[in-house]
Design a protein around this ligand. Structure first.
Ligand code: SF4
Length: 458
């Protein structure tokens, strides 16, 4: 049992005492109590039993989210009690990557995180599951743990207690449910969550994990002596020649995929554009229409669309051409770095001006490059996202560069002729480096009313 779990136990006991006190004083919200009792009377799970299922209701109450450093101890060691930590009926969970949570025998044997993610996605992507449902004799494979989890629907519950990764895997194995997806769903009901800093700080993943968390949640960054570097890393991108070559190949693959789909399923590409707009709304990059209160009202008027998603990248094939120009320009810049010799730095504005002058690209579409790429990959039903990591870096670079080019420079573009740490290998690179760690953490402070940063180091 390690110190993290002990701390959690203490926090939960304290929280349980507080709740008991509030209940005695009659200050617990009556609606909550009614909701809980109705949940209990409805059953709601074969293993959880009466009190234990009550925590599964979607109550809004303060939660504790505890970030731990990457590489910190993931195994918190089991503390499960029949009534939850401190006898309070609270649920405490940790969330990690598929690599640490997967129980599929073949997938678990994959060597690294990316390979596990890819293998999992190839069996759980919605289009794969649909294809197998329509044709059970197809060659496509799905994961039985994911299928059972999906089939169980509302019945997928975890009784109160404190769960480490091993406990979650055991729970999933016993019921035939995927622990990773089970936990991702259960975090919406948990009182204490423990996960890596990145899940809160990296905008690319934070929205997937923590978008449902209430503003009253208490966020604790534990062992936070390196939090500055984590914040800076989350918003920095490095690009080298090999990555650009991979990005160029990826664009070629996407281009032929688009041609194939245009011939066979053009409607999918039309739907793709609407998905992009909806995705931008979900991310808060685009305001939803004022009358967005009825089903199907997500469609935006054409003038808003024209203004919000620039025409240069609206159509899939236009976007590919657009990104090809970006890749070519970055390649040319890399060549210049090699011939010039020394390390150089430019402001994002200077770098961007040179890029737009030489390529005739507009700044606005660059801002949308990352979202646009993800939308396209989804529409083209790409499961093997790793093949597109380098292209993702180029899109991320473009988005960050165009977003943060104005005002006081919070980023620097560093061009380094010797980007490799291996002696004798030059590997020139362009790095968009974030200079202001507050950028990554600011949304956390804005969104949650209680954020605690702790560090035990001197
Ligand atoms: S669904 Fe779960 S168990 Fe199946 S491959 Fe993915 S992570 Fe592993």
């Amino acid at each position: 049992m390690n110190h993290v779990v002990e701390e959690l136990g203490t926090v939960l006991s304290y929280r349980a005492e507080q709740l008991q006190l509030q209940a005695q004083q009659g200050s617990i919200d009556m609606e909550d109590m009614v909701a809980n009792s109705s949940q209990q009377s409805n059953g709601g799970g074969d293993d959880a039993g009466g009190d234990d299922t009550s925590q599964q209701s979607r109550r809004k109450r303060p939660r504790i989210i505890k970030g731990k450093q990457k590489g910190g101890r993931a195994n918190m060691g089991p503390i499960t009690t029949t009534k939850g930590a401190g006898g309070s009926g609270e649920l405490a969970l940790c969330l990690s990557s598929r690599r640490n949570m997967c129980i599929h025998e073949r997938v678990m044997e994959e060597s690294d995180r990316e390979a596990v993610d890819t293998a999992c996605r190839s069996m759980t992507a919605s289009w794969v599951v649909e294809a197998v449902q329509q044709n059970p004799n197809s060659n496509l494979e799905t994961c039985s743990f994911f299928d059972s989890f999906q089939e169980a629907g509302e019945a997928t519950i975890i009784p109160s207690g404190v769960y480490d990764l091993e406990e979650l895997k055991k729970w999933g194995q016993a019921r035939g449910w995927c622990p990773y997806y089970l936990t991702r769903q259960a975090i919406n009901h948990a009182n204490v969550l423990v996960f890596n800093y990145q899940y809160m700080l990296d905008p690319k993943v934070a929205k997937m994990v923590s978008k449902e968390l209430e503003a009253e949640s208490i966020v604790v960054f534990d062992e936070a002596h390196n939090i500055d570097s984590v914040c800076i890393e989350a918003l920095s991108v490095k690009i080298n020649e090999r990555g650009l070559e991979q990005a160029r190949r990826s664009l070629g693959r996407l281009s032929s995929e688009i041609s194939k789909i245009k011939a066979s399923d053009n409607q999918r590409l039309n739907q793709e554009y609407q998905n992009l707009v909806n995705g931008l709304i979900d991310q808060g990059l685009l305001a939803a229409p004022a009358n967005d209160n009825t089903a199907g009202s997500r469609a935006l008027s054409s003038d808003i669309l024209n203004e919000s998603v620039p025409g240069d990248i609206r159509r899939a094939e236009n976007f590919i051409q657009f990104m090809k120009k970006v890749v070519e320009h970055l390649k040319n810049r890399l060549t210049t770095i090699t011939s010039d010799g020394g390390v150089r730095s430019e402001t994002p504005l200077a770098f961007l001006h040179r890029m737009t002058n030489r390529t005739t690209l507009d700044i606005k579409p660059l801002r949308f490059a990352y979202s646009r790429l993800n939308s396209l990959l989804r529409s083209l039903q790409v499961s093997n996202m790793d093949d597109f990591n380098s292209l993702g870096d180029v899109a991320d670079f473009s988005t960050l560069l165009a977003t943060y080019s104005e005002g006081v420079a919070k980023f620097a573009v560093i061009m380094e002729p010797n980007g490799s740490s291996i002696p004798g290998i030059s590997d020139p690179c362009i790095q968009l480096s974030c200079l202001d760690s507050s950028l990554a953490i600011a949304p956390v402070f804005k969104r949650f009313s209680s954020v605690i940063i702790t560090s035990g180091s001197k």
